[in-house]
Each structure stands twice: as C-alpha cells, then as structure tokens.
Design a protein around this ligand. Structure first.
Ligand SMILES: [Zn+2]
Length: 147
C-alpha cells in the first residue's frame, strides 16, 4: 500500500498540525499533557483500475482518531507491544461517526477486505495532486510509511 501518513512534525503536514487546534473528526485538541501535536492525515482517492492513489486533502486528527483511521496498523502494534485497548477505539469510532458497534465492526471488516484487494497490486502510483509542490522528498524525509 502507498503512503498514508506523514510525520506530524515535518514539512507541510507539520505546519498543518501546528496550526490546527482541533481534531477534524472528533474535535479533541492536541495532547498537551504528553506534548503531542495533532497528527495530519492524508486523504487519498483510489483509482482501482489504473492503480493510482491521488492525494485530495490533509486533515488534522487527534491521536485516537488517527489510531482509528489506521486500525490495521494500530491492531498490529497492539499485538506487538500491547497497551492499546482496541475496544476503546471501536467505541470512539462508533461515537464519532454515530454508528453502532455492530456497524463499526462491519465497516472495519469491509475496510480490511478492500485493503487486501488493493494490496494484491504491489505497485500503486501516487499522485499528490494540488499538494505536489509541497510533497517533496525533502519534506517527506523521515516519514515512516512513504515508499
Ligand atoms: Zn479525534
């Protein structure tokens, strides 16, 4: 899969994270107790025929919403390191989206199915769209999920 996350402290994402004061999904502020800014989530649109993912937006998310958006990665980290309450995250997703827990579980199942199908194609191309001018190698240096 292609890039999904840019470091919250670098490049254009860092500027957005520093300037945003609320999570775009749930309204939470930065985690000031732990000194963490909001994360910046890249919003991609996928062309499943041409295998091109296009960056259509950047949005500030709190750590909890970011963990929910990347539920697969979060689940892997939970298994590896522990200390993450996946049920708590599901409850957060349900509350923020106005869904029942059953609807959230269906959504997660569907998201994993789509992710697996898209992962069958290993060479997705990225189109940074209107963000291309700021999505430079220098700005993205150190981003863990960029390939
Ligand atoms: Zn949030």
């Amino acid at each position: 899969m292609g890039p999904e996350h840019v470091s919250a402290t670098q490049g254009p994402s860092g500027a957005i994270a520093r300037s945003a004061d609320r999570c775009d999904a749930c309204g939470a502020g930065p985690d000031e107790r732990h000194g963490r800014p909001l994360n910046v989530h890249e919003v991609w649109v996928y062309d499943d025929v041409k295998h091109v993912q296009t960056l259509v937006g950047l949005r500030p998310l709190c750590g909890t919403c970011s963990a929910c958006v990347h539920i697969g990665r979060t689940g892997a980290v939970a298994i590896e390191r522990g200390g993450i309450d996946m049920n708590e995250l599901r409850d957060h997703m349900a509350k923020v989206n106005g869904y029942t827990r059953a609807e959230i579980d269906q959504h997660i199942t569907a998201a994993f199915r789509l992710w697996r199908a898209r992962s069958d194609f290993p060479n997705w191309c990225q189109d940074y769209g209107e963000h291309a001018a700021v999505m430079t190698v220098e700005n993205l240096k150190g981003s863990p999920r960029i390939r």
